[in-house]
Design a protein around this ligand. Structure first.
Ligand code: KIV
Ligand code: ZN
Length: 521
């Protein structure tokens, strides 16, 4: 008999904390809908108290999907109330509250004397704060998860006391995060077994694990805890998340499938939606999946050498341990051309996991027809990139209206831009070291900005001369980073769009960034 493992997806919370990944509300709602198709058990939609945009995104998702929606809250009344307010319309809701439990974190976060003079006093205070937080969360909702942040580096007897107190206060799930990705598989499995022995009321709650990937072991560590009794695994699509990321959902789920002979567990994941979900998350976050990434990388099912190809033609099992179709990898990739209509586009986008309302469909159709004039064939990846393009972002401050660039072998690169902004049309010209630099300088002159370009990447979305170019950019302003993405068959135009999108992000989030400083985790 296979025991069920609860899949708690935190792509929209921990995943969005990845450096450079920022999602609009529209994109978060699309991802949440796709996660529902993937059939995850819980969607952690965000950290509502951290900003008005986070709050709004969690609220919109709560009203949109039928699966359990979790919202994160520190062990503080203000956070817990905000988390509840954001999820209260959800059909199924969970408040996820957390306290730091390792001495590293306690000294770092609760160093202040008001939490006690000695580490013993501070530890006692953390137990009380955790207990009170869970009890308060229970006044709003039955389903309460408690996480002991940095449990992986917490002394086990003390961790057991914290967990026991949280369960006593009513926690229905207790999460043991390896926050810094420090643990090794055998050791972490044993850690959970030992914890289980020490917590008297452990059977009153579900044990969850949340592993980070700093040593590349997040999935292995998660699997290693199943035999010890963990029944919820927290993970993200493509393994995105803080620093080196979280356990990758697709790797964990497929490991259970492929090695069911020694892992007698199951998930309810609809594995055929894995590929679409991975592509959607990568497209919207701008976090490119490495080609050799297990399960969802472009090369995961590619066979290059003659010997391998020959073996595969005779029998797929020679070099493949799973069927690519099982994870939703499509057999053919050509989709639409310039004669495709709005309905055809809508159907194809639905198949790729996007659920578009009329106004959004009209916008994307307009983009699609322009692209179809430039390219003969539109591939799935082109559609995904169009979906992630800046024109669908809500409430842009500025948009590119006109761009002219003059370059040549013995010419000083010069760019002229015309930008539609909420404050009217702005137009300027400038020179630069190259065409892209000239464009950025012209935009800076027009908008009276000056950013440091921290990173600039160009990639071709599909192959061939007419391929779409995607530019990902990261700007810095007073220590804060902002990312932008632009797409066009012309990479100079894509660069301008990416720069403007980063500025749009900066304009919308400027006040929130300042506020977030006081809501750091
Ligand atoms: O890594 C971590 O400890 C977390 C908690 C907030 C669950 O993300
Ligand atoms: Zn985490």
């Amino acid at each position: 008999m296979n025991e069920k493992i609860i899949i708690f997806d935190t792509t929209l919370r921990d995943g969005e904390q990845s450096p450079g990944a920022s999602l609009s509300i529209f994109e978060k709602v699309e991802i949440a809908r796709q996660l529902e198709k993937l059939n995850v058990d819980v969607i952690e939609a965000g950290f509502p108290v951290s900003s008005p945009t986070q709050f709004e995104a969690v609220k919109r998702i709560a009203g949109e999907v039928g699966v359990t929606v979790a919202a994160l809250a520190r062990a503080k009344e203000i956070d817990i109330k905000s988390a509840y307010d954001a999820i209260k319309d959800a059909k199924k809701k969970r408040i996820h509250t957390f306290s730091s439990t390792s001495d590293f974190h306690i000294m770092g976060k609760f160093g202040d004397m008001r939490y006690g003079n000695s580490i013993e006093e501070k530890r006692k205070n953390v137990i009380k704060m955790s207990y009170d937080a869970v009890q308060y969360a229970k006044t709003f909702c039955d389903d309460v998860e408690f996480s002991a942040e940095d449990a992986g580096r917490t002394e086990i007897d003390y961790l057991a006391e914290v967990i026991e107190a949280a369960i006593m206060a009513g926690a229905t799930t207790v999460n043991i995060p390896d926050t810094t990705g420090y643990r090794l598989p055998l050791e972490f499995g044993k850690f959970i077994s030992e914890l289980k022995k020490r917590v008297k009321n452990i059977d009153d709650a579900i044990i969850s694990v949340h592993c980070h990937n700093d040593l590349g072991l997040a999935v292995a560590n998660s699997i290693a805890t199943l035999h010890s009794g963990a029944r919820q695994v927290e993970c993200t699509i493509n393994g995105i998340g803080e620093r080196a990321g979280n356990a990758s959902l697709e790797e964990f789920v497929m490991a259970l499938h492929v090695r069911n002979d020694i892992l007698p567990y199951k998930t309810d994941i609809n594995t055929r939606e894995i590929y679409n979900t991975s592509k959607m998350v990568s497209g919207f976050t701008g976090m490119i999946v490495q080609p050799n990434k297990a399960i969802v990388g472009e090369n995961a099912f590619a066979h290059e050498s003659g010997i391998h190809q020959d073996g595969m033609l005779k029998n797929r099992n020679t070099y493949e341990i799973m069927d690519p179709e099982k994870v939703g990898v499509p057999k053919t990739k050509i989709v639409l051309g310039r004669h495709s209509g709005r309905h055809g586009l809508k159907v194809r986008l639905n198949e790729l996991g996007y659920t578009l309302e009329n106004e959004e469909l009209n916008k994307i159709y307009e983009r699609f027809t322009k692209l179809a004039d430039q390219k003969k064939e539109i591939f799935e990846d082109d559609l995904r990139v169009l979906m992630g393009d800046e024109s669908l972002k809500e409430n842009n401050y500025c948009d590119l209206d006109y761009l002219h660039v003059h370059i040549g072998t013995h010419t000083i690169p010069t760019a002229t831009v015309k930008i539609k902004t909420k404050d009217g049309i702005k137009q300027e010209s400038s020179t630069g070291d190259g065409p892209v630099d000239a464009v950025f300088n012209a935009i800076d002159r027009a908008l009276d900005t000056k950013f440091k370009v921290e990173s600039y990447k160009v990639r071709s979305v599909t192959s061939g001369r007419e391929a779409l170019g995607e530019v990902l950019i990261r700007l810095k302003d007073n220590g804060y980073a902002f990312t932008g993405r632009g797409v066009s068959t012309d990479i100079i135009e894509a660069s301008a769009k990416a720069y403007l999108q980063a500025i749009n992000y900066q304009v919308t989030h400027k006040s929130e960034v300042a506020a977030t400083e006081t809501v750091s985790m």
